[in-house]
Design a protein around this ligand. Structure first.
Ligand code: SF4
Ligand code: MSK
Length: 629
């Protein structure tokens, strides 16, 4: 057992944010295990695994390659380190692409059921976006009911998951030059599911044995995610729930309430949580909460489900990935609703230390010890009301003596969809391009991705974002990176004071923050669309633009896919956590060097965020010089 001053020191090492530190101290005092404790228990982690040279693909193995040039240099089947590393990477990437794309499929299924009048509580909110995307798909819109158009669009998009059509309409949004590079390299994506299934085929023992060919397919699969499944998830959600516009709200664990029923919405897919937002406004349920002794119902988000709700409704966000256990440890959460992705399997174990109920809602993502309430769009609102009711009924079980909630939530501004950014610029990217040409903004970097207990919580995100804005580089963010910036106060217009003079002047004239929250993980597709618009206005490819990407604290397979579709689209991307590829110098060289000749972008790995900013700035300068600006 640690005394409080020792616990504070540990907390400071684990997390940057003061509110997080406060609750980390509480986890230590309460004896509640967290991811940081489990990481310590895992030391030393397997070196073969970290280098990517172990293979457990078949029962002739598991095999591992000696990384220093000695024996064994091949698996039982004869696979080399190059092949094993490339196959493992394709495996991870395809898992991530599948997660994003399956999320997209579920959104489209709800769109279809809504169009057919079969869903409960849903409606088509953004008719303008519905029409414009339908037109991209060649679907007639004039004189037709929005439901009929939505039905055709949902079916057309769902069809692109399969294998017969062999094209994805939204890929056509990429600039001509970028698409030509994909065609030349043989990585033009064909359909969403096809690329993922083909990945699984290619990594089976005895299929792909050429690491270059495996990695090219990895690029194609990632493109089918970024310009396919993820983009469909974003666009389908916008049509159903509205395209985000700037909104102010609050962030950190201080968004939890002392006297209201706290419901945390955690995961990625907004389809159920949108209904919970409606249910929480139900006067009968509010009255019920009051009858049970609470002052109301307090919804807060977590991870990307939280980002979806923040972007569209201004629902406060309690935290990012490493906050999930901390939220429960405040002792104030009646229900944590989980859909899927990034949810610790041990979340019910944490909840068991307090009165919190975990309610899982997806058949794909059941968790032992959680209450399971299966979600179906036909009964979505009823299920949402049941969940809110369960939270209210759990309120009397809260032990107020064990509650600790940090006192100061931080204000933020979110809602910067691509459309909202364009509107803020006056309807065209010309002002942004002019600022870039004039040098008042040097370039734009997308900071995305997760938390990872291997890095001090949020330190990588915040240090990098501050370094970049100081250097007049505009930052756009999604996922847990954006939440980190919200907690650190970077998502408000006043944060422009931390920017260089050029960026500061642009932000002040537009009234925007220097770090723009563009949404959830699937909304990295919004960054692609923004890049495509700017490239089109200049008549160049995305790879010619002074752009960069970074994932300082990534952990997930989805981040492998995002990073790869950034690079494949022409965006140089710096990773803060080394990917599991260092066991193959050839794979490393291909991803860090050779790709520049193919797509004019590559990966870099730099754990120090200040040095990562140096790399990004240098790459932005390289592209500015090539553009003659
Ligand atoms: Fe070993 Fe080859 Fe089987 Fe992998 S696929 S486990 S390297 S025999
Ligand atoms: S939630 S994928 S930890 S960003 Fe999208 Fe955060 Fe990474 Fe999950």
């Amino acid at each position: 057992m640690y005394d409080t001053s020792e616990a504070k020191k540990i907390a400071e090492k684990r997390a940057l944010d003061a509110a997080d530190q406060e609750i980390i101290v509480k986890t230590i005092e309460d004896g509640v295990e967290t991811a940081w404790d489990r990481l310590e228990c895992q030391q030393p982690q397997c070196g073969f695994g970290q280098l990517g040279v172990c293979c457990n693909r078949c029962t002739m193995g598991p095999c591992r390659i000696e990384p220093f040039g000695k024996k064994p240099d091949r698996g039982v089947c004869g696979a080399t380190a190059d092949l094993i590393v490339a196959r493992n990477m394709l495996d991870d990437l395809s898992t991530g692409a599948a997660a994003h794309s399956d999320h997209g499929r579920e959104v489209l299924e709800v769109l279809l059921e809504t169009a057919e009048g079969k869903s409960q509580g849903y409606q088509i909110t953004d008719e303008e976006k519905l029409k414009s995307i339908a037109e991209e798909y060649g679907i007639k819109t004039e004189g037709r009911q929005k439901e009929a158009v939505a039905e055709d669009l949902a079916r057309a998009m769902l069809e692109e998951y399969g294998t017969l059509k062999n094209s994805i309409q939204l890929v056509e949004r990429a600039p001509e030059k970028t698409k030509q590079l994909w065609k030349d390299a043989g990585i033009y994506p064909r359909s969403v599911d096809r690329e993922i299934v083909e990945s699984m085929h290619r990594i089976h023992m005895g299929v792909g044995a050429d690491y270059v060919n495996i990695l090219l397919h990895a690029m194609r699969t990632s493109l089918s995610d970024g310009w396919g499944g993820s983009m469909m998830a974003t666009e389908g959600s916008d049509i159903l729930f509205g395209t985000p516009t700037p909104v102010t709200s609050w962030a950190n664990l201080g968004t939890l309430s002392h006297d209201k029923v706290n419901v945390v919405l955690h995961g990625h897919n907004p389809v159920l949580s949108e209904m919970i937002v409606k249910a929480a406004e139900d006067p009968e349920l509010i009255k019920y909460a009051e009858e049970m002794g609470a002052k109301g119902i307090n919804l807060v988000g977590m991870c990307c489900t939280g980002n979806e709700l923040l972007m569209r409704h201004g629902i406060p966000i309690a935290g990012n990935m490493l906050d999930q256990e901390l939220a429960i440890a405040t002792g104030s959460v009646e229900v944590m609703v989980i859909d899927y992705q990034c949810i610790f399997p041990s979340i019910t174990h944490t909840a068991g230390c307090y009165h919190t109920k975990v309610i899982s809602t997806s058949e794909k993502s059941k968790v032992q010890g959680a209450t399971y309430k299966e979600f179906h769009p036909e009964t979505g609102l009823d299920t949402a009301k049941e969940i809110v009711r369960a939270a209210i009924e759990n309120y009397p079980n809260r032990n107020h003596g064990r509650v600790k909630i940090p006192s100061k939530p931080i204000q933020l501004m979110a809602g910067f969809s691509e459309e909202a950014i364009r509107k803020a610029l006056g309807g065209t990217y010309k002002p942004l391009i002019d600022a870039i040409v004039a040098g008042s903004i040097k370039g734009v970097v997308g900071i995305v991705g997760c938390n990872n207990p291997k890095i001090r919580h949020d330190y990588g995100h915040i240090t990098l974002a501050k370094e970049l804005i100081k250097r007049d580089i505009l930052v756009v963010e999604t996922g847990c990176a954006a939440i980190a910036s919200g907690k650190a106060g970077l998502l408000v217009p006043e944060a422009a004071d931390l920017a260089g003079d050029g960026l500061k002047a642009v932000c002040n004239s537009l009234g925007i923050p220097p770090v723009l929250h563009m949404g959830s993980c699937v909304d990295c597709s919004r960054i692609l669309v923004l890049a495509a618009h700017v490239a089109d206005e200049l008549g160049v490819g995305i790879g010619d633009l002074p752009l960069g990407g970074a994932a300082p604290e990534w952990y997930s397979q989805k981040a492998v896919s995002i990073g790869t579709y950034f690079v494949s689209s022409g965006v140089y991307t710096v990773l803060g956590i080394p990917p599991k590829i260092f066991g193959s110098p050839n794979v490393l060289k291909l991803l860090a060097v050779t790709l520049k000749d193919v797509v004019n972008a590559s990966f870099a790995v730099e754990p120090d965020p200040v040095l990562a900013a140096d790399l990004l700035e240098a790459e932005i300068e390289r592209k500015r010089t090539a553009l003659g600006i």
